[in-house]
Design a protein around this ligand. Structure first.
Ligand SMILES: Cc1cc2nc3c(=O)[nH]c(=O)nc-3n(C[C@H](O)[C@H](O)[C@H](O)COP(=O)(O)O)c2cc1C
Length: 201
């Protein structure tokens, strides 16, 4: 138990550990799904950006995005990534790294259909991470798109939009403690299941 009262003893699986901490984070953090998402390019250049982990379970952690973005290009050549949540109010950090797979299209469709219409429009007109001459051009693209659809018309899932699932092979649970004497525990998958060890701060 850390000084903050957060239990960092090993659980049967890291998913149980994550579930307990996530529930606590939800009660104090306005956006507990926010995580840093690290990928690396074919040339081994790292890249990290914030994302929202919209869904998670033992099958992995799901991130939705434009399939032409920087992260998507990285993942196409190196399908590995790490997620990092920092829940400041809990004094906790969680890392989960592993391989990345595409989220099945039926699940992408389901998520897309539940998104606010305005967000669907934004995703439909934005070529994420591609440059554009100015903001006005982006606004014009949006207006043009809106002119082509009826108010009650469903906005179709764009071909270039989808999601990635991080399937973790390693987790780290970190709790702040005084004098930088933090508590860290690592889980790794092995042929016998999840193995844990304590890491020095
Ligand atoms: C809190 C927060 C959450 C974000 N969530 C997402 C997300 O779920 N999906 C996404 O594509 N971009 C999200 N973004 C934008 C990304 O950080 C990033 O700007 C974008 O994905 C393009 O990055 P890339 O070219 O490296 O792929 C988020 C940004 C912030 C600050």
């Amino acid at each position: 138990m850390s000084k903050q009262g957060l239990n960092n003893e090993p659980r049967t699986t890291p998913f149980l550990h994550y579930a307990e901490w996530f529930e606590l984070a939800e009660s104090i953090d306005p956006q507990p799904q926010a995580a840093a998402f690290a990928t690396s390019s074919a040339e081994a250049m790292p890249s990290v950006r914030m994302v929202l982990v919209r869904h998670w379970g033992e099958e992995g952690f799901d991130v939705f995005t434009d399939l032409r973005s920087g992260k998507s290009r990285d993942i196409s050549s190196n399908p590995r990534a790490e997620l990092n949540w920092h829940w400041k109010g809990l004094g906790a950090q969680v890392r989960a790294s592993g391989s990345v797979i595409s989220i099945p299209s039926a699940e992408v469709e389901q998520y897309w259909s539940g998104r606010p219409r305005e967000s669907q429009i934004s995703a439909s007109v934005s070529n994420q991470s591609a440059p554009i001459e100015d903001r006005l051009a982006l606004d014009r693209n949006r207006e043009k798109f809106v002119e082509t659809i009826n108010d009650d018309e469903n906005i179709l899932l764009p071909d270039n939009w989808g999601g990635f699932r991080v399937v973790p092979v390693r987790f780290e649970f970190w709790v702040h403690d005084d004098h930088r004497f933090h508590h860290r525990i690592e889980y790794r998958t092995t042929s016998q299941g999840w193995r844990t060890q304590i890491l020095q701060p």
